[in-house]
Design a binder for this molecule. Structure first.
Ligand code: DQA
Length: 148
């Protein structure tokens, strides 16, 4: 199985950006942690980060026949990008939305996700563990689908 892990705007600055909220781990370190966990689970992962909505959408379109599912941290696009939402829905790939911080315990604007309705689950507030759990949630879904 192959999973696409997408990181949205500003997540390239992990480690530097608001470490009290997002932790001190860099994006590369985070990806390595996810990759190590994916290896244990026996799945392949590919990573993509962009600060551009269109680039994320193009990557989702390009992955539609290549991957089995998506783990996505859409960053601030979570809260308003109907285009990203539609892209996930359009390709029909199962997706899990993840966040490092607890978006439900922050500013009001962060408490809304326009992405969540097209995802299997939303995992928020667990730091790197959000991605790990997101991957596991996706795999549980994919394995159940394989059995049917
Ligand atoms: C975030 C939460 C978003 O509100 C924010 O804009 C981000 C990161 C998170 O991982 O906690 O860029 O998605």
């Amino acid at each position: 199985m192959r999973i696409l892990v997408l990181h949205g705007p500003n997540l390239n600055l992990l480690g530097e950006r608001d470490p009290k909220i997002y932790g001190s781990q860099s994006l590369e370190e985070l990806n390595r942690q996810i990759e190590a966990h994916a290896r244990r689970l026996g799945v392949e992962v590919e990573f993509f980060q962009s600060n551009h909505e269109g680039a994320l959408i193009d990557r989702i379109h390009g992955a539609r026949r290549r991957v089995d599912g998506i783990v996505i941290n859409p960053g601030a696009l979570t809260h308003y990008s109907y285009a990203l939402r539609d892209a996930i829905e359009a390709v029909g790939l199962p997706a899990v939305e993840v966040h490092l911080s607890d978006i439900h315990a922050r500013e009001l604007f962060r408490q809304t996700s326009v992405i969540a309705p097209v995802c299997l689950a939303q995992i928020s507030g667990k730091g790197a563990q959000s991605y790990v759990e997101g991957l596991e949630r996706l795999l549980t879904h994919l394995k159940a689908k394989q059995r049917t």
